[in-house]
Each structure stands twice: as C-alpha cells, then as structure tokens.
Design a protein around this ligand. Structure first.
Ligand code: HEM
Ligand code: HEM
Length: 238
C-alpha cells in the first residue's frame, strides 16, 4: 500500500465515532460548533459592554455623572479583540474545510491535484494568520492599515478558491458573503481602535457604531444561513 494514502484514508473514512458520520462529517462540524460555543456568546458580551459604554458616555455628557463603572469601555475593547480573533479564526476553519475536502482531496482522488497551487494556498493561509497577528502588534496608523488590508485580502483570495461554496447568484442570503462581510468589519474595528480614542469629533466612534450594528445583523444572518447550510449542503453534496 502507498504510504501517502494513509492520511487520505483517515481523512475520508466512512465511519469514525458515530454510526452514520465519517471523518469528513466530523471535521465539517468543527466550524459550526466553534461558532456556536465561542463566537456567539462573545457577541452577546461585547454588545452588552457596547451598550453600557454608550450609556455611560451620554450620561456623563448630560449630567456629568453615571452609575456605570468607567471600566466598561476597556472591557468592550478587550472582548472585542477576542471577538475579532474568533470570527476570523472560525472563518479560516470554514474555508480550510471546504478547500481541503472539496478541492485538494477530490483532485487528489482524480489524480489531478496541482501540488504547486496547493502549496501556495497553504502558504496564503499562513500569511493571512501572520498578518492578522501583526495587526495586533502594529502601533502606527500606516502599519495597522497595511496589516488590516493584508489580512482582509488573504481572506478574500482564500474565499475565491475552488471548493468554497459561495452561492454567488443568491448573494443576498449567502453564508459565505455574510461571513466575509463580518470578518472584514471585525478587522476594520481592530484597525481603528486608536482612532476612536483619539478623535474628539466622534466621527470614527459613530462610524464604528453604524458599521458594527450592521455587523450584528450579519451575525444573525450567519446563524440562520449556517444552520440552513448544515441541512442543505450534505444531501446535495455541494
Ligand atoms: C458586535 C460588535 C460591536 C458592536 C455592536 C460595537 C459597538 C460599540 C458601541 C455602541 C460603542 C460605544 C460608542 C459610544 O461611546 O457611543 C463602542 C465603542 C468602542 N468599540 Fe465597539 N462594537 C463592536 C465591536 C468592537 C470591536 C471588535 C472592537 C475592536 C477591538 C471595538 C472597539 C471599540 C472601541 C475602541 C470603542 C471605544 C470604547 C471607549 O470609549 O472606551 N468594538 N462599540
Ligand atoms: C461568525 C460566524 C460565522 C462565520 C464568520 C462563518 C463563515 C463561514 C465561511 C467563510 C464558510 C465557507 C464557505 C463555504 O464553503 O460554504 C462557512 C461555511 C459553513 N458554515 Fe459558517 N460561519 C459562521 C457561523 C456558522 C454557524 C453558526 C453555522 C451553523 C450552525 C455555520 C455553518 C456552516 C456550514 C454548514 C458551512 C459549509 C461547509 C461546507 O461547505 O460543507 N457557520 N462559514
């Protein structure tokens, strides 16, 4: 037996821990499970702190005092960073699953896997993660802009690969487009943190509120389109 076939057999075997689920099914559940366990609870906490941050700021502006502790703003940003990281992470896991199973492994079975392309795509995953990590470390406005653009571009190029289910002709309820939208909005929020604090005219703050209220709608859409895809994709085998 060819030794290189062993990982392939494990990755595509029919039955693993459950009677009717194989390795591929279990791997496909990592993405939705993490979204439900990690991302959605953090969205709730971040939104609660966002509301308190705003209430506190408006109360102090009106009556110079507020019962809401000053720490809510910092807590919002701290958990906002976790939210952005978990959304981008879950997005990359969703893309990796689709690209590995519906592109690499399918092509390998048909003996037409383009190895150079597969290596380049793997390197792009690494470059996207590296740019996202650098976005946290960058201090100056220029570098934050550069790393935010690189992370966003990495996600978009990975999303354009063969195997990703985009539902482009029905983009208005596509899980892919909503997911890319929220991920880019999270990356943008990370990039403008310092601008929100520095800007006395509150223009960045207001832009942040409008964009992220839209992100909240997209998150709701992700919940709906995600569970729909769980039902819709397996029987059709997209
Ligand atoms: C669900 C997503 C989010 C929503 C709905 C949201 C909404 C808000 C709201 C309503 C405020 C208060 C604005 C005011 O003072 O009137 C705020 C403040 C802020 N947000 Fe977010 N936000 C979200 C995610 C994020 C993320 C991912 C980051 C980046 C780490 C972030 C960074 C900030 C910063 C720096 C402030 C200013 C905090 C302060 O004044 O101390 N937000 N956000
Ligand atoms: C923040 C939340 C989420 C983001 C950013 C996100 C993003 C993505 C992306 C970019 C893909 C790849 C597109 C594709 O190939 O279909 C995907 C696929 C998928 N997602 Fe999500 N998603 C999120 C939440 C969820 C939730 C809550 C569920 C279900 C409970 C879910 C279920 C799925 C399914 C079933 C697929 C298709 C996998 C396949 O191609 O077989 N997602 N997601």
């Amino acid at each position: 037996m060819n030794i290189f076939n062993i990982p392939l057999i494990i990755a595509t075997q029919y039955s693993l821990a459950f009677t009717y689920l194989g390795t591929q099914d279990l791997v496909s559940l990592i993405h939705p499970a993490l979204a439900v366990i990690l991302v959605f609870p953090i969205i709730g906490i971040v939104s609660n702190f966002a509301w308190q941050t705003r209430q506190r700021r408006l109360q102090i502006k009106d009556s110079k005092k507020s019962k809401i502790p000053p720490v809510v703003g910092r807590e919002h940003v701290k958990l906002g960073r976790w939210l952005a990281t978990s959304v981008v992470g879950v997005n990359l896991i969703g893309l990796a699953y689709s690209i590995v199973y519906k592109n690499f492994i399918l092509s390998f079975k048909k003996d037409n896997l383009d190895t150079v392309q597969a290596i380049l795509i793997t390197l792009l995953f690494i470059a996207t993660i590296a740019s996202f990590i650098m976005l946290f470390r960058a201090q100056s406005k220029l570098w934050r802009g550069i790393f935010a653009t690189l992370s966003g571009m990495g996600l978009i190029i990975l999303g354009a690969q063969e195997g990703v289910w985009r539902l482009s002709d029905q983009w208005y309820w596509s899980h892919y487009y909503y997911g890319m939208g929220v991920s880019l909005l999270m990356i943008f929020s990370l990039a403008i943190v310092e601008d929100i604090y520095k800007d006395r005219s509150n223009r960045w703050r207001n832009a942040h509120i409008i964009l992220n209220c839209f992100a909240l709608l997209l998150f709701i859409g992700q919940g709906i389109t995600g569970v729909r895809d769980l039902l819709e994709i397996p029987p059709i085998g997209k």
